[in-house]
Design a protein around this ligand. Structure first.
Ligand code: NAP
Length: 307
């Protein structure tokens, strides 16, 4: 019999992912802590549940897509958590981006009750979630990866079994190390152009055809130039991801100096009250550091003469 599925956490990423599973014909039980968030899913046939425990009672395979490490712990181990509703043989697939160390602990706690777990964080953003083209980085047993693969195929295209429990989360941290520094580099390049009195949009256009081109430049260059910071991927989540990266660096005794600088920018952005903006807002800190504003119509050379 086809397994029934559960989905917990219906935010920017979770909702379109759950919709893709529903539209692929799977029987879906959903939970969001704010009930109105479930309406889009119930309208296409999903069943709303009052808690993660209820989802776990109904579904054979339970996906979680919530915010941070403590949230996944609460959804799995809390009073109304998955662990109290699931039995032996069920599979929990956490697709949130969280600590690899805690992921391993959660896999052990679930394993003691015969419940399987995979960590399967994603990259590709809201666009990838909507289109079902996410990159999925999976940690856990091969048997469980094989069991989950048909469902992952409704969510993503590049699906890689990285290794044991926690390995998916480590891969995702590597992704964020690259993403955060590329994002910073895009902001720096645009500010340099603006400060030099050269049209940054033209620079962006030229660079997109050359060796320095990247998906980040393509997506975030125009957004930074227009100060379009509608999320997307929220500053507070990127802040959380670099906290995880810094924690791993600390635990392993390795230096990640480039990532550490971006982590400080994100600390500043949080302090400025911008946690709910898209993470392209990182350029706001860079603008302040150099007193160069990408949306300013006054050429920076004139601004500087007035100083
Ligand atoms: P989001 O829009 O803020 O959604 C998170 C959802 O989780 C919200 O609906 C929230 O409920 C729910 N939630 C949080 N804590 C919960 C708890 N303790 N119990 C029950 N529900 C809880 O965030 P998102 O952008 O979808 O991101 C979700 C995860 O994917 C994060 O780990 C993020 O780092 C990762 N991710 C995001 C992107 C992206 O581009 N957005 C890309 C890759 C990976 P409420 O609505 O009630 O707050």
């Amino acid at each position: 019999m086809t397994p029934s599925l559960g989905f917990i956490g219906l935010g920017i990423m979770g909702k379109p992912m759950a919709l893709n599973l529903c539209n692929a014909g799977h029987r879906l039980f959903v939970h969001a802590r704010r009930p109105p968030m479930m309406i889009t899913l119930t309208e296409v046939g999903a069943t709303a549940c009052s808690s993660p425990l209820e989802v776990a009672k109904q579904a054979d395979i339970i996906f979680t897509m919530v915010s941070d490490t403590a949230d996944v712990e609460q959804v799995i181990l809390g009073d109304l958590g998955i662990i109290h509703g699931a039995g032996p043989g069920k599979l929990v697939i956490d697709m949130s981006t969280i600590s690899a160390t805690v992921t391993r602990r959660l896999a052990t706690s679930l394993g003691e009750r015969g419940i399987e777990m995979l960590d399967a964080p994603v990259s590709g953003g809201e666009t990838g979630a909507l289109a079902g083209t996410l990159s999925i980085m999976v940690g856990g047993k091969t048997t469980q990866f094989d069991r989950a693969l048909p469902f992952f195929k409704s969510l993503g295209q590049n699906i890689v079994h990285i290794g044991e429990h926690g390995a998916g989360q480590i891969a995702k941290t590597c992704n964020q190390v690259l993403l955060s520094q590329t994002l910073t580099a895009v902001g720096e390049a645009l500010i340099l152009a603006k400060a030099a009195g050269v049209e940054p949009a033209n620079v962006c256009k030229a660079l997109l055809g050359g060796f320095a081109s990247s998906r980040i430049l393509e997506l975030y260059g125009p957004r930074m130039l227009n100060h379009d910071f509608k999320p997307g991927f929220k500053v507070k989540l990127h802040h959380k991801d670099l906290r995880i990266a810094m924690q791993i660096a600390h635990e392993l005794g390795i230096a990640l100096p480039g990532t550490a600088v971006v982590a400080q920018y994100l600390n500043a952005l949080m302090g400025m009250g911008h946690g709910e903006l898209d993470n392209g807002a990182l350029v706001l800190v860079q603008e302040q550091l150099s007193n160069v504003h990408l949306t300013d119509s006054v050429p920076p050379s004139q601004q500087r003469e007035k100083l």
